[in-house]
Design a protein around this ligand. Sequence first.
Ligand code: ZN
Length: 869
Amino acid sequence: MYAHPASIPQPPHTAGKSLQGPRARISPEQIPSPVEVAEADEETWEGKNFTTLPGGHVPLSTTDFMSIDQGNSNPRFIRATTWNIPNSSELAESCQIPIAAVVQPFADLRPDEEPVPVVYCEDDSVPARCEMCRGYVNPWCTWISGGSMWRCNLCGHHNHVASEYFCGLDANQVRLDYYERPELSKGTVDFEVTSAYYAAHPPPRINQSYYTPGETPASSSSRQPSPMRVLFVIDVSADAIQCGFTKAACTAIKGVLFGAETEGGMRMEPCFPSCCRAGILTFSNAVHYYDISPSRDDAAMLIVPDIEDEMYCPMMDGLFVDPQPSRNILENLLNSIPDRFALTPAASATGAALRCCLASLARQGGHVLLFQSSPCQTGPGAIRVIPEETKLYNTDKEKQLFVPRDQCWRDIGEECAEEGIGVTMFLGNGSLAYLDTASLGIVPTLTGGDLHYYPRFDPLRDGRPMCTELQRVLTRTTGYNAQARVRCSTGLRVGAHHGAFHQRNPTDLELGIVHADAAFSLSLEHSSTSALSRRATLDEREYAYLQCAVLYTTIDGRRRVRVLNVALQVSALAGNVFRYADTDATVCHLAKEAMSALPYRTLSDIRESLTEKCASILLAYRRNCAAATAPSQLILPDAFKLLPVFTLALHKNRSLRAHNVSSDLRNAHAQRILSSPVHTLLRNLYPRFMALHDLTDDVALPPPKEAGHENDDESAPIQMPSLMRTTYTGMRADGIYLIDNELLCILWVGSRVRPEILQDLFGINAVHEINSKMMRLPSLPTRLSTQLQNILLHRSTERHGVEIPFLIARQNMDGAEVELSDMLVEDQNCGAMSYIDYLCFVHKQINVALTNNTSVASASSYGLRGTPW
Ligand SMILES: [Zn+2]
């Protein structure tokens, strides 16, 4: 925290705020270090298995742990904000911890973890479900009456066992087929279900905006699951073609379908799932369909020019094909698209194009991958006037920038979600500064898709990241036509949900697609009955249960229900609630909640309430668990000692930052946080930062081969360099540092780096000779170069092959230094305080509340709120 004598002055950054008034005395040892906490947790779980029975501490979300499912879902799937649920609303209120859970139903497992078992259900008696609450049978149900009844762990109802599902019990009241049936022993299972679970057709809308040929299905009928259809939709408007975005999109699509050479000499291997069917649509001021049947010589283009009217699909066959037999047609088409439209420049009609997607995919569902490079300029949802948004910054009207401009965007998103269509967007603007992510972004948000945004798209810099992100989107576990519902045991009830989905009623989430990189959070409340409301509603001697069921169709057309179960301990003691609290899940839940509030509350209000929440939790710990300590002393509960630094990092995130950030960027970051899994969010908030100039021989290199053991260390994990705290105070002018926050990677080169290091890394002798525009480092036959290549490869593997833009920042020379400096969250920057000042500020809020015996919110009214920001 305190600068080393050899350290550099703070590099250029966006201004921060400093603490007003007297500074509380906090010694540096009292400042919890995220790096140390993460390292200690890695050490704890290295070589050890985490078993999921309730009662223990859970590894951090960022730790690489191996989990064994003992009837509770792996924490990768569900993380609670505390693993000891307070037994009453009174205790919950006095602890101030939000009682919530973050669910990532299709999270990737480690390769050595047991895959999620599939239970094949031939008849309607399986999966067994509770007659009362419709919960699914799970390891926490109890079997009674010799196996002819079961008691639901969620609602307590006694259910009859169907004769086909009956099985006798052993002396411990365990079913004799316990080991044959994964649903009786595993926390996470997939049921492959019968036609009773097929998706229903949504009720017809008044003023339907599109028309699908063929008979209208009866509302009572359901849709037969089928392999997923993927529709690539490409913007061919003038701007998209001019900035090279259309060409980059076509190259990326060619790459995933058949393999291709992309910018910078990267080879893309084909990865389009062989069971899926692909179709292509392009649009400018009209929408163009393509018949790509393998029987044709060339793709035939059918144009739908009337974009203001009801949209329709002009063809029955030839729109979706197996790409392999149509390879020549598709390759010729994708090669010709960028030139074909260059001669007739036009504006883009994104709203109409999306309605065409609806017309093409309705009644079946599917996945739309939209490549877009300009705001929607014509047709439904067109933007008439680009807002002068700088005039709205820091005013009450700024909120307008975070909602769709036109209701039609929300309608399109809802219609897609209800029809089982997920929309994933790749947005990259060229000359037009404004893209209107608030309008476009609502569609992926409502359909469970994600949004990839490349501001000022540069094919050289962003082409490669876009290709790898597209690869990830097509290869990760995905389902479509999905619905999710969380049930909890009696005594609790599910409150608000936050994430990327469409919610038609308070309990069910509709998702066009579900995928491995999406997570949503939900809050839990104690169910109350008027006068008895504050009494304990949960029994400490029993567990509290959560069950999340996701009904979905796999990409190869199987209808399944993924069921996740968690049993949580119940406690009447605040000490236990704090002891088993989970900072990672808490930060993720609070972040998602904050993003949901963007359309309703001002940014400063959201930031202030995050700080208040953080201070209230720490104050509650003081009052409940450390009342005897002097108020002047800073006391942080072990489980929440990193809460202040992550809350501060959230203030500095582009979605909430107190500096002028374009609404396009804010919305893109907010959308990402809304759907982000816990570990990705935490790595985004607190970047990984490391020094490269002093790496030793044993770091980032495969261990030396021993004589006689030629082949055994090929797959041995390499040791990564230890991380540094994210502050300039540890940086030196003769050093080289690497920082990455999951979205951007920057290599910082000090002004006094030794020529030998520059030779090893770049093959040059002086800092000013470095080409700061390089997108990749040269690969040289030196130890340091190999180490750095290995580190970058390791990072990309952790992101499942996704590459992020790479920038060089030379000390006092390159603009990218500001980006790097703003990523150092412990420093004073981005319109917010340094970590130590922030800790003093939170401490002061707690002190005032303790001294006046009030809550943090009322302590703020003593003049603290509003002052520092
Ligand atoms: Zn039940």
